[in-house]
Ligand binder design. Structure first.
Ligand code: 9WN
Length: 424
């Protein structure tokens, strides 16, 4: 079936996607899923803003502004901004994070203490690009500019734990690829912990204990940068997080031109990150680096394709990466792109981020393909992703062999990025 062939089917899909986003809109932000994730998540909101930018422009702006209301004075954009009106069904909720006790957190806006991939400058660029009212767009860029600059400054200072220009994540949740097998070894190196949080679902419970333990340790150290640098037991340089950061640096350089600011510092930042990616994470493929163990983590996951988001990656790297994508990820799966190399021992078609295919990473890879002029790959990713949502709905993720939907239904980024894919 050609997923792009029938215009009235496209209209119905677009309508359905907008209905999901309307249902998940709280009045100030879009929750990823009403039941399972009833608050605002950071990179989810960036994807939602991108998807809405051509269809609900003002709401795309509001989405990012409500996220930035949770930004800390350090510049950190938290991975969750909690909605005090939501049923407190998400664990860990505000009473665990206790952001209100930290001087750097905003007053009256409960948040988590972690961050997530910094896609937001790209989202602002999207909003600028698709605005019809240029004055309103300029005002929006000016308003968000200081937030974006502070976010990037935070990453370059507080998170360069390896000292070589890359940002480190200090918790698997910061990657957005939470249960990726890339985090198995650093998590296994933590002391044994056990919390009864009553989590009985398709995720890994023992990992959940360690996730909570790590978050509590960071919280009890007052979310301090000195503690992160010297003591925190989880510190990893992730190629996806840094690839997204690099793409956002390039977006900031472009946005600087829009408001008459100097774009060079952001171009230089992008070059530094590119240098760091190549020097520290590239060994024939991109791997995450465990800063505490002092070594690369030898598993190939979807995260390893993040650096493709840099249009400046040299051809000597792009060629082998695309070959790897085709031979170990696309080739052996029916529905792209599995979140882990299919023949890896850790591959699991059912467990999230350990095998299933996701709309957001498909969309990111499609952007990356476009940036490298890989037209056939770009079209394949767009067509296959639309086929997944047509067949299974706007699910959280999908079985990479038969395309069956997994996780929650009516998932916001699946709907939002469908809008972008339909727009071409
Ligand atoms: C923890 C909201 C988030 C996404 C992440 C995804 C999942 C949370 C969870 O849901 O993470 O942040 O509870 O598992 O892994 O990418 O942002 O959709």
């Amino acid at each position: 079936m050609d997923a792009r062939s029938a215009p009235d089917e496209d209209t119905a899909l677009e309508r359905a996607a907008l209905d999901v986003l309307d249902a998940n809109w709280t009045g100030t932000a879009t929750v990823p899923s009403v039941g399972r994730y009833p608050h605002q998540w950071s990179w989810d909101s960036a994807f939602v803003a991108i998807g809405l930018s051509r269809r609900r422009w003002s709401r795309a702006c509001e989405e990012l502004l409500s996220l930035f209301a949770g930004q800390w004075s350090t510049g950190m954009v938290p991975h969750i901004v909690f909605d005090p009106a939501a049923r407190d069904s998400y664990y860990p909720g505000p009473s665990i994070w206790r952001s209100g006790e930290c001087a750097a957190a905003p007053r009256g806006v409960p948040t988590s203490g972690l961050t997530q991939p910094p896609l937001h400058a790209c989202a602002v660029w999207w909003i600028w690009r698709y605005a019809r009212d240029r004055d309103a767009a300029l005002a929006f860029v000016r308003r968000t500019w200081p937030c974006l600059v502070a976010q990037h400054r935070y990453l370059a200072s507080a998170r360069d734990l390896g000292g070589e220009g890359l940002a480190a994540i200090v918790h698997p949740w910061e990657s957005g690829l939470d249960d990726s097998p890339a985090w198995d070894a650093p998590l296994a190196a933590l002391p044994m912990v056990g919390y009864a949080c009553g989590l009985e679902d398709w995720r890994s419970d023992s990992h959940h204990d360690r996730w909570v333990w790590l978050a509590l340790r960071y919280r009890d150290a007052g979310y301090g940068p000195g503690y992160l640098r010297d003591e925190h037991p989880f510190a990893v340089e992730d190629p996806m997080f840094n690839g997204i950061w690099l793409a956002s640096c390039l977006a900031l350089a472009d946005l600087a031109g829009v408001i008459g600011a100097d774009g060079r510092p952001f171009e230089e930042a992008a070059e530094r990150i590119r240098g760091g990616l190549l020097a520290r994470l590239w060994e024939g493929a991109f791997y995450a680096r465990d800063l505490r163990a002092g070594s690369l983590i030898p598993i190939r996951t979807i995260g390893g394709f993040g650096p493709l988001l840099d249009p400046g990656m040299p051809a000597t790297v792009v060629g082998p990466l695309v070959e790897l994508l085709e031979s170990c990820f696309l080739g052996p799966s029916g529905y792209p792109v599995p979140s882990c190399e299919v023949r890896a021992l850790q591959f699991d078609r059912e467990r999230y981020w350990r095998g299933p295919s996701w709309v957001n990473t498909n969309w990111l890879l499609r952007q990356a393909a476009a940036g490298h002029g890989l037209g056939a790959l770009e079209r394949l990713l767009a067509t296959a992703t639309l086929r997944l949502v047509r067949q299974a709905g706007f699910r959280e993720c999908f079985d990479p062999f038969d395309g069956m939907g997994r996780g929650c239904r009516d998932f916001s980024w699946s709907a939002a990025l469908t809008l972008d894919l339909l727009a071409g």
